[in-house]
Write a new protein. Structure first.
Length: 202
């Protein structure tokens, strides 16, 4: 039995024996790393075992799928719960979409809620400009689509209030204002002496 097969089967004894015999924990010679096999199969004990042997939490298969996405895409809530605090940003794309997209595809509301609590971005779009809610709707998971739409709405940023329109003060208000008030308003007046006015008139 290969390491990947043992991981998918949840055979911790065989996994331990193979690793002790020098098996590559990253599975560099295969298309899918053992930890991705284990996560996709929901084998939490094996995932933990591989991490103890320094497997990378960001190992990817040929499609760019990391262990968190592999677990989420199959609805393995216990593995998702374990991997979430260890994983990179939940909105990183794995392949052409985010982990939230893959959870939405299978319509697993529990995993979707886990990801949203971990600050996964419901407004993120895949390579076809679709959100996770779109994926849920595409696969007829109406309740999950509704959950994601509500999350999208709560993420909408309120527009910042516009700066109040500047109103030019009337000239008589400027002339009559005290100097310190003018300074606070950023208004500077130029004064000319009577003598200078008389010289100009000569």
């Amino acid at each position: 039995m290969s390491l990947s097969e043992a991981c998918a089967a949840g055979d911790t004894e065989t996994v331990a024996a193979l690793l002790a015999a020098g098996a590559d924990v990253e599975g560099s010679a295969v298309d899918t790393p053992p930890i991705v096999f284990a996560a996709r199969a929901g084998q939490l004990a094996v995932v933990q075992q591989l991490l103890q042997h320094k497997a990378s939490i960001m190992s990817t298969d040929l499609a760019g799928v990391v262990p968190l996405t592999a677990a989420a895409s199959e609805g393995h809530t216990s593995v998702v719960e374990f991997l979430l605090p260890l994983s990179a940003a939940t909105s990183n794309k794995d392949g052409d979409a985010s982990v939230l997209h893959w959870a939405a595809k299978i319509g697993d509301a529990a995993v979707v809620e886990q990801l949203l609590k971990a600050k996964a971005n419901p407004r993120q779009r895949d390579d076809d400009e679709e959100t996770a809610a779109d994926w849920a709707a595409d696969y007829d998971h109406g309740d999950v689509a509704e959950l994601l739409r509500a999350a999208e709405a709560s993420e909408q940023r309120q527009p910042e209030p516009a700066d109040p329109e500047f109103v030019m003060p009337k000239i008589e208000e400027v002339v009559d204002a005290a100097p310190e008030e003018l300074a606070r308003a950023g208004i500077c007046l130029l004064y000319t002496s009577d003598a200078a006015d008389e010289e100009d008139s000569v």
